[in-house]
Design a protein around this ligand. Structure first.
Ligand SMILES: C[S@@+](CC[C@H](N)C(=O)[O-])C[C@H]1O[C@@H](n2cnc3c(N)ncnc32)[C@H](O)[C@@H]1O
Length: 267
């Protein structure tokens, strides 16, 4: 079957924040990733008066954590769609939510002491250009921390249906949104190729199956993309059903996506 290439932006259709399960999908992602993110942020030389920028904030868990960590500073949390933070906008006087497209809208050069983005750059077609613009928004001495998904643990899975369906997810996202989870594999080199210094690299692995939140995130991702997955060569509805059944099986254990984290400081 010919692959249907419908070019769109994140959220136009796929992962639209009004989709019934999108809040739960992104909360499961946050439950999986927040401990590693918070650990990495707290390992930086954080000052209470830092001016922070959280790009593509999603449900806003990291933005709220930053607002607590920097009570004398400020946090701007951006997203294309603020629907998912609307219900949770409890008053934090130093936290501002901003409708902002990182690929189109700017900030003045040298504005922030800390910028964080998680699972965002993989979805941006113009990610290399966007990265150098974002680096410009850092004040001298400011830190950038990026955390992005990598597909290789799924690519090498011994479970045929899980592997094929999972790789199908990356194909659908690449075709429709321009997502690239191989770019993220080279995140250290991408940051080292900018003017950032003291560049560091870490990786966190995840598990699916049992009660692991990454399993729920992946189940809701596969469910949402099921019609597009079934239209791909080599993926049948039975394979999608088998994958979903595995992910719901309390005795299933497999590797989920890895999270590659890299950070650096503007001199
Ligand atoms: C996979 S979610 C990750 C959410 C959050 N960073 C997290 O890790 O919990 C990607 C988020 O980036 C937002 N996003 C996608 N493209 C964007 C863009 N061009 N500018 C700003 N936000 C964007 C989406 O709306 C979504 O909330």
């Amino acid at each position: 079957m010919m692959r249907q290439l419908k070019v769109e932006r994140y959220g136009d259709q796929i992962f639209n924040h009004s989709t019934v399960t999108e809040d739960e999908r992104l909360l499961a992602l946050a439950a999986e990733l927040d401990p590693g993110t918070f650990r990495r942020i707290e390992a930086l030389p954080v000052r209470p008066d830092w001016r922070c920028l959280e790009l593509g904030a999603g449900t806003g868990t990291v933005a709220r954590m930053l607002a607590e960590l920097c009570p004398e500073g400020s946090v701007i949390a951006t997203d294309l769609d603020l629907e998912l933070v609307r219900a949770r906008r409890e008053a934090q006087p130093n936290l501002t939510w901003l409708h902002h497209d990182v690929t189109r809208d700017d900030f003045p050069v040298g504005t922030f002491d800390f910028i964080h983005a998680r699972y965002l750059f993989c979805h941006l077609r113009s990610r290399d250009v966007d990265l150098s613009r974002v680096v410009n928004w850092l004040a001298p001495g400011g830190w950038l921390l990026l955390e992005e998904p990598a597909s290789f643990p799924i690519e090498s899975s011994p479970h045929r249906a899980y592997r094929a369906t999972g790789m199908g997810v990356f194909t659908v996202l690449a075709d429709r949104i321009g997502t690239d989870c191989r770019w993220t594999r080279g995140l250290y080199d991408h940051l080292a190729g900018t003017r950032l210094r003291d560049v560091g690299l870490q990786i966190d692995h995840s598990l699916v199956g049992g009660t692991h939140p990454m399993g729920r995130f992946w189940e809701l991702t596969v469910e949402q993309l099921a019609p597009a997955l079934a239209a791909l060569d080599g993926i049948t509805e039975e394979m999608i059903e088998e994958t979903l059944a595995r992910l719901r099986d309390p005795d299933f254990r497999e590797l989920g996506m890895a999270t590659v984290a890299a950070w650096g400081r503007r001199p």
